[in-house]
Design a protein around this ligand. Structure first.
Ligand code: FMN
Length: 291
């Protein structure tokens, strides 16, 4: 039998097989609240027989949404909307559920994908001022983000913690922190988006500091027996950017702090990325059966 269908222990969570449904933004929320769309989408996936269902990138603050239609978990209303969805799903499915907690940083305040995905400046409807490690926009010509100061960093870290505490109340089995695809925590990691001259920028150790602080703070409030994981982009696919060597150092630092798994993706940090898209471009070819 394929290894795919064998059980896996994930932290203290027993998974009956190794199929994990990746987080997928639906851009179908209202004021951060899940709607019937999410019940249909997640409910359908929850009947698929996979072992673990990951709820889409869920913003820890309103300004951390990629678009105005993203799901959030920053207040009682957004929590209640997720609770309603999960209650219905749990009536019909025993599938374990994880949630991806996220802050989009400089890639926030954009139009939904089917309307062009372009940045909405703060003076237009559905737009707001974005924040980032440094005041460097994602694309030339965009309204620049404001560099987070000490107070801003504390607010963001505490928002991740508060969302994780809400996730505990929701009975979520695992939390994944989003440090991939060019969003805020990735923006701290990459030298292309992080030009800070304080202890959160410069050396690799400094660039990893804020994402690791967020990890530690979330790990401290999420029940120890339930896994906390991190999604990363293994490379920016761009000269002078985040790369495999730095990802390995980050993964080792996370492992030492009790990170249960790393979900490796790639890219998303810069429009100048050069991705050699083709079969298996993100992973070397490997035997179909583990030794
Ligand atoms: C509609 C859509 C929404 C997505 N939203 C997210 C997301 O919220 N968070 C995330 O980390 N990745 C997101 N992704 C990337 C997926 O999680 C996944 O990595 C990608 O679809 C590749 O799938 P594969 O690994 O099965 O090839 C999204 C992808 C799609 C197609």
């Amino acid at each position: 039998m394929s290894m795919l269908f064998t059980p896996l222990r994930f932290g203290s969570v027993e998974l009956p097989n190794r199929i994990v449904i990746a987080p997928m933004c639906q851009y179908s929320a209202v004021d951060g609240c899940m709607t019937d769309w999410h019940l249909i989408h997640l409910g359908h996936l929850a009947l698929s027989g996979a072992a673990l269902l990951t709820i889409e990138a869920t913003a820890v603050l309103p300004e951390g949404r990629i678009t105005y239609a993203d799901v959030g978990l920053w207040d009682d209303a957004t929590e209640a909307a997720i609770a309603r969805t999960l209650e219905s799903i749990r009536r019909w499915s025993g599938m374990r559920v994880a949630i991806q907690l996220s802050h989009a940083g400089r890639k926030a305040s954009t139009e939904v994908p089917w309307k062009g995905e372009i940045q909405i400046p703060p003076d237009q409807a559905n737009g707001w001022q974005t924040v980032a490690p440094s005041a460097i926009p994602y694309e030339d010509g965009e309204h620049p983000p404001v560099a987070l100061d000490r107070h801003g960093l504390t607010q963001v870290r505490e928002a991740f913690v508060a969302a994780a505490q809400r996730a505990v109340r929701l009975g979520v089995d695992a939390v994944q922190l989003h440090a991939a695809h060019g969003y805020l925590l990735h923006q701290f990691l990459s030298p292309l988006s992080n030009r800070r001259d304080d202890e959160y920028g410069g050396s690799l150790e400094n660039r990893m500091r804020f994402p690791l602080e967020v990890f530690d703070a979330v790990r401290a409030v999420f029940p120890p027996e339930r896994p906390v994981t991190m999604r990363v982009s293994g490379t920016d696919w761009a000269d002078g950017g985040w790369d495999i060597g730095q990802t390995i150092a980050f993964a080792q630092a996370l492992e030492a702090r009790g990170c249960a798994a790393i979900h490796v993706s790639s890219g998303g940090l810069t429009p100048s990325q050069q991705i050699p898209v083709g079969p298996s471009y993100q992973v070397p070819r490997f035997p179909s059966r583990a030794p």
